[in-house]
Every structure is written in structure tokens, then in C-alpha cells.
Design a protein around this ligand. Structure first.
Ligand code: SF4
Ligand code: SF4
Length: 260
């Protein structure tokens, strides 16, 4: 799977939605599952929700067992990557001889592969416009197969569109933070809040419902009900709140008595 490791052999080729490429991955290829070892997968907020629910773990448990912290290049933002096994090949914890054990809930980066997406893999000189590129790991034989895709067809086929739509507001925050001048830093508390709203949906839920949050912000009862029942809605809400908190954009209303 794709890597943000600087040593990876990434082609300097910018791809758009209509670019075509030849590729097919299946159990018959001699390299089957090789791309699931020695990798660096930055997880998105929706990846965590899908995986922790698949494994029936809390956010805290999933983060502790399956992730490790990393600072995302050029953003100074805390993100998490998939923690690899301590075996000879540094394997993904979910890879078995027969393939990916969490295939239906695999992370966005695995869905994009053999493409990389610029948002999570900063590249010097890029213009942040969300282009794609070939990861181009030499062991991958999928390019020798005959199926032709456009980038957009590949995205739809792999379910990336759906993931990207849910992660869109988070991605926008990451891209905006990357465009800040290096001397404009967020406080540790702000970064911690970004981390919690992004990756620890259980803790963020407790923050919204078990702290003074609802006495500080005017949140209508329908929204409260939605975000109490639906983690994806809570994630979207968290990103809207962060955008308001950080950029004063959006429709959050502070209760009048708090403003005095
Ligand atoms: S999550 Fe699945 S597809 Fe992704 S690296 Fe691990 S085994 Fe491979
Ligand atoms: S063809 Fe490429 S994507 Fe498929 S298993 Fe081989 S290395 Fe992985």
C-alpha cells in the first residue's frame, strides 16, 4: 500500500480523474499481499470508525492496539498510522496469506493503491490541488495485467468516493493547515482537540455530551439526537466545530450567557 516514506520510489507524475492506467490486482498475481508489508499508512478519521467497529473495539482500544502517532509532514498535525507487526517483513496486522482480513473496511490509502493521493503524501512543489500519482513499488505486478481504468473509475470501484466525501472536511483542515506559514503554530491544546475530534470519536462524544459543551453552544435538539446516534454525523459535526473554532467559519452559535 502507499507510503509517505520519503525513500519510496514515487513517480513524479500528476494524474487527474480522466487519466487512464492498466492495472488489476487478484489472488493469482505473484506479488499477492506484498504491498501489505513494510508500509506507512496514514489513517483517516473514517478509517478508524470503520475499523474499530469491524473489530468491535472502542476508539481508545483501537488507537492503543493498532496505531502509532506521527506528525503529518509540513502540517505539524498529529495523525496516526497503522502499527505494523514486529515480524521480518513489518507486515500489516490485517494481512494473511489469503488476503486482507478487513477488506470491506480497509483504509482509504489501501483503496487508492496503486495510486497515492497528494493530500496525505506531501510532495515538494505540489500545488495542493488533490492530484494523484502512481506509488510504483517495484514488486507490484498489477500493471502487467490487462484491465484499463480511468482514475475516476478506479476510485468508484474501490469505494474511495464514499470515504473521501465523509473525510472531506478533515482533509480540508489538513490542507489549510499545510498552507499556513511555518511560524503560525497551533497550541498543544488545539492540536489535542484536532486529534480527539478526528480520531477518538468515543472521547469526542463524551466531550460533547458529558462536559459543559452543550451549555456553551446552541445545538438544536435534532442535531443532538443525530450526533448521539450516528458516529459519522458526530464526525461531520466535530469537523464543523473545529472549522468554526479555528477559522471562525460556519454556523456555530455560542450561548448569549457564555459570551457575556
Ligand atoms: S489493511 Fe488490508 S489492504 Fe491495507 S495493508 Fe492491511 S492487509 Fe493490506
Ligand atoms: S498486484 Fe500490486 S496491489 Fe496487487 S497484491 Fe501485488 S503488489 Fe499488491
Amino acid at each position: 500500500m502507499t507510503t509517505s516514506d520519503n525513500s519510496s520510489p514515487i513517480e513524479p507524475l500528476h494524474l487527474g480523474p480522466d487519466n487512464r492506467f492498466k492495472f488489476k490486482c487478484h489472488k493469482g498475481v505473484e506479488c499477492f499481499t506484498k504491498c501489505c508489508r513494510g508500509i506507512n499508512i496514514v489513517l483517516t478519521p473514517y478509517d478508524i470508525i470503520r475499523l474499530k467497529n469491524r473489530l468491535q473495539l472502542s476508539s481508545d482500544e483501537f488507537l492503543a492496539i493498532y496505531t502509532q502517532p506521527q506528525i503529518l509532514e509540513k502540517t505539524d498535525l498529529p495523525v496516526v498510522t497503522l502499527k505494523l507487526l514486529d515480524d521480518e517483513q513489518s507486515s500489516c496486522p490485517f494481512v494473511k496469506d489469503e488476503g486482507c482480513m478487513v477488506y470491506e473496511d480497509r483504509p482509504s490509502t489501501c483503496r487508492y493503491y496503486p495510486l497515492g493521493v497528494a493530500t496525505l503524501n506531501y510532495r515538494e512543489g505540489s500545488d495542493e490541488s488533490g492530484f494523484y500519482f502512481f506509488v510504483n513499488e517495484p514488486h507490484c505486478r498489477g500493471f502487467e495485467e490487462d484491465h484499463v481504468w480511468t482514475v475516476q473509475e478506479w476510485r468508484s470501484n474501490q469505494g474511495v468516493d464514499f470515504h473521501d466525501e465523509i473525510n472531506a472536511a478533515w482533509t480540508e483542515l489538513v490542507v489549510r493547515k499545510r498552507s499556513f506559514p511555518p511560524n503560525m503554530k497551533w497550541t498543544e491544546q488545539t492540536k489535542q482537540m484536532f486529534f480527539t475530534a478526528s480520531y477518538n470519536i468515543d472521547k469526542f462524544k463524551r466531550f460533547v455530551f458529558d462536559s459543559t459543551f452543550l451549555s456553551r453552544y446552541q445545538i438544536d435538539s435534532q442535531t443532538q439526537q443525530q450526533i448521539r446516534q450516528d458516529e459519522v454525523e458526530l464526525l461531520r459535526f466535530g469537523m464543523r466545530w473545529l472549522r468554526w473554532l479555528l477559522f471562525k467559519e460556519g454556523d456555530f452559535e455560542v450561548r448569549a450567557e457564555v459570551e457575556k
